[in-house]
Design a protein around this ligand. Structure first.
Ligand SMILES: Cc1cc2nc3c(=O)[nH]c(=O)nc-3n(C[C@H](O)[C@H](O)[C@H](O)COP(=O)(O)OP(=O)(O)OC[C@H]3O[C@@H](n4cnc5c(N)ncnc54)[C@H](O)[C@@H]3O)c2cc1C
Ligand SMILES: *[C@@H]1O[C@H](CO)[C@@H](O)[C@H](O)[C@H]1NC(C)=O
Ligand SMILES: *[C@@H]1O[C@H](CO)[C@@H](O)[C@H](O)[C@H]1NC(C)=O
Ligand SMILES: *[C@@H]1O[C@H](CO)[C@@H](O)[C@H](O)[C@H]1NC(C)=O
Length: 337
């Protein structure tokens, strides 16, 4: 029997585990991770489809993986599943110089660069001085609920979960596996080791605000408001820092900034303050590597775009695996079947 280990139970590892187990039903697929939802990076994320901090990952890959993920989220939205919502976004810049039309403008619905009048209206509505920006429709999901769904779906398909921290390539836990999928996010920094993966610290506050039904991002000021079907995520920070403690100064920045944009947050009930470390790399690493008779498939470094690219990246992992299986049809892996 072919044995596959997927390491890392964040949105990327869960997606790969589900896709592999559902496609190759008779393979033994084990999801190995030190943390599971609700304790992964994605659990406090905005869950917004929006390419953000993905380094210099080639434009055509962002477009391809982003489009596939957007289409998948559309399908969930159409079926009314997992609390996915479709919301308008206002992404605003203080100055014209900082704004340029994104490479994904033809992927989202209703894309519009804001004109002078709309900018004036936005400046008034969100109490800022906005000189440029755009609006479009995108999908938002309640991240912990969605991650729990993926994990249940994997277990329903007879996938196995194993709580363990992998320390190296030689880790005895990996010994029996033919294929290892590396979805460890920031963990890849120590595991691979890959010093190119760095943390970009994000602190947010989750509040109850069921009346809020649009996403507002002050791109230069740093504050953002991302409502989902269960809570509303107020942000946020982007710091080069490993510390996952809540900083009081950041809480103040988040609450004051978001209340200024939307005074209604004054009375919103706070659910929690939370910090996550975005696994940022100069480029997402999604590629195979053959070593010691095993196939490794790396899928890490998604930065601030894990929920924007996960489905497309998962498809790419499946393609790599299938190519490898085809290539090795006569060899070891398949002879074990
Ligand atoms: C404040 C904030 C807001 C965000 N908002 C958005 C947003 O709105 N939209 C969006 O698209 N993205 C957003 N992101 C980014 C998104 O959360 C990440 O890109 C995504 O969570 C990365 O997922 P991952 O599965 O690659 O890694 P992770 O979720 O970090 O998962 C890695 C997993 O690997 C495990 N692991 C690591 N090392 C080891 C090891 N050695 N052995 C065993 N297990 C190991 C960990 O326990 C964990 O389970 C946000 C991030 C932050 C911090
Ligand atoms: C998440 O972390 C908390 C606090 O460390 C812990 O009590 C809980 O068991 C963890 N949950 C899972 C699913 O690992
Ligand atoms: C996105 O995917 C759809 C359907 O798969 C396809 O028709 C469309 O051309 C793609 N768009 C882009 C910009 O890649
Ligand atoms: C990830 O890949 C690297 C090789 O680049 C390897 O050293 C490491 O052990 C792999 N991680 C896992 C969990 O297999």
């Amino acid at each position: 029997m072919v044995m596959v280990a997927v390491v890392g139970a964040g949105v990327n590892g869960l997606t790969c585990a589900v896709k592999i187990k559902e496609k190759y039903k008779d393979y033994d697929v084990v999801l190995i991770s030190s943390e599971f939802t609700p304790n992964t990076t994605g659990d406090g994320s905005g869950g917004l489809w929006y390419p953000f901090i993905c380094g210099e990952t080639p434009d055509d890959l962002i477009r391809k993986w982003g489009n596939e993920t957007y289409k998948y989220l559309h399908e969930l939205y159409r079926l009314g599943e997992h609390g996915v919502s479709l919301l308008p976004v206002y992404s605003l810049y203080r100055t014209k110089e900082k704004f340029c039309k994104p490479i994904w403008s033809d992927i989202v619905y209703g894309y519009q660069v804001l004109d002078e009048q709309q900018l004036k209206d936005c400046s008034q509505l969100f109490s800022g001085e906005y000189g440029a920006g755009h609006t479009f429709l995108t999908f938002v999901l309640p991240a912990p609920r969605f991650l729990a769904y993926l994990q249940e779906r994997f277990e329903r398909a007879n996938g196995k979960l194993l709580r363990a921290k992998i320390t190296s390539l030689q880790d005895p836990v990996l010994e029996p596996f033919d294929v290892v999928v590396n979805c460890t996010g920031l963990g890849a920094r120590w595991l691979v080791p890959d010093a190119e993966v760095v943390p970009v610290r994000g602190q947010i506050t989750k509040v109850k605000a069921p009346w809020m039904n649009l996403v507002v991002i002050d791109e230069e000021g740093g504050n953002y408001i991302i409502p989902n079907s269960e809570t509303c995520v107020l942000g946020g920070t982007h710091q080069s820092d490993y510390c996952t403690d809540v900083y009081a100064a950041d809480t103040e920045f988040i609450m004051n900034g978001c209340k200024k944009m939307m005074p209604g947050f004054e009375n919103a009930e706070v659910v929690k303050h939370w910090v996550g470390l975005r696994p940022v790399r100069y480029s997402i690493r999604l590629e195979p590597e053959e070593r010691n008779g095993k196939l490794y498939i790396h899928n890490y470094g998604h930065g601030g775009s894990g929920f924007t690219l996960f489905w497309g990246c998962g498809d790419e992992v499946i393609k790599i695996l299938q190519t490898h299986l085809d290539k090795n049809e006569q060899t070891q892996i398949l002879s074990k079947l």
